[in-house]
Design a protein around this ligand. Structure first.
Ligand SMILES: [Zn+2]
Length: 230
């Protein structure tokens, strides 16, 4: 196989999957979905449907144990509520600290795990869907271009120059992710971004707001339904 895609079933990783499939064909792409102790399984369910839609092989990895002591608000057992409002609002008064939905060093762990799985499957590339909106204001420090450069170098060197990390949207806003998704005909309706695990996306958590804005900037309506559309 050629490429492994870190694949949550959200919008960004689905566009990455579509890019990898277009580049190499479905038979050459492996989707890796990670359970990390999140409060709901909506994303993982979405990732199964989307992997089936594209006809790619999908693996699931359980890293939940690693985050058991974390108070990150996305995690099961956390006393923290998932905040409403966009990331800019959530960063007020944070003094450079990440938002409460930051899962401790998640991308560092996921990419290292993905690199190990990639080597075992003969994949020479690991795709992941970080973008600049998440890095703004240090909301998620493990999505910045600086982080990406460092982890890419580490993976390349540590794999004996066998694995390259590919982050197609590291310098782009989410609107570019949507734009590329439109171009590739991504089935946005199957994706799940919301941090809440209700029947419909909440429409007011940080990722719902960023997603809705990205569709609006492309002049199209997000095809999923929201509980709160304000
Ligand atoms: Zn939401």
């Amino acid at each position: 196989m050629k490429a492994l895609v870190l694949f949550s079933g959200g919008l960004d990783s689905t566009v990455c999957l579509a890019k990898a499939v277009k580049e190499y064909g479905a038979d050459e792409v492996l989707a890796l979905s990670v359970y990390y102790g999140q409060k709901h399984k909506k994303e993982l369910e979405a990732s199964e449907k989307i992997a089936a839609y594209y006809g790619v092989k999908r693996l699931e990895l359980d890293l939940g144990e690693i985050f058991k002591e974390s108070t990150c608000s996305l995690l099961e057992g956390s006393p923290e509520e998932i905040p409403h409002g966009d990331y800019a609002e959530q960063l007020v008064g944070k003094d450079g600290a990440p938002v409460s939905t930051y899962v401790p060093f998640r991308n560092g762990l996921f990419i290292s795990s993905a690199a190990a799985v990639a080597i075992s499957h003969g994949c020479s590339e690991v795709y992941y869907g970080i973008h600049a909106d998440d890095a703004a204001g240090n909301a998620y420090p493990d999505t910045s271009s600086l982080f990406n450069k460092a982890i890419s170098d580490a993976v390349y060197i540590g794999s004996g120059n066998a694995v390259k990390v590919v982050a197609p949207f590291v310098e782009a806003g989410k609107e570019k992710v949507v734009e590329e998704g439109i171009r590739l005909g991504v089935p946005f309706k199957l994706t799940w971004s919301c941090y809440e695990g209700e029947e419909k996306a909440c429409g007011r958590c940080g990722t719902c707001l960023d997603r809705k804005k990205a569709f609006a900037m492309n002049g199209i309506k997000d095809p999923i339904e929201y509980m709160h559309d304000a």
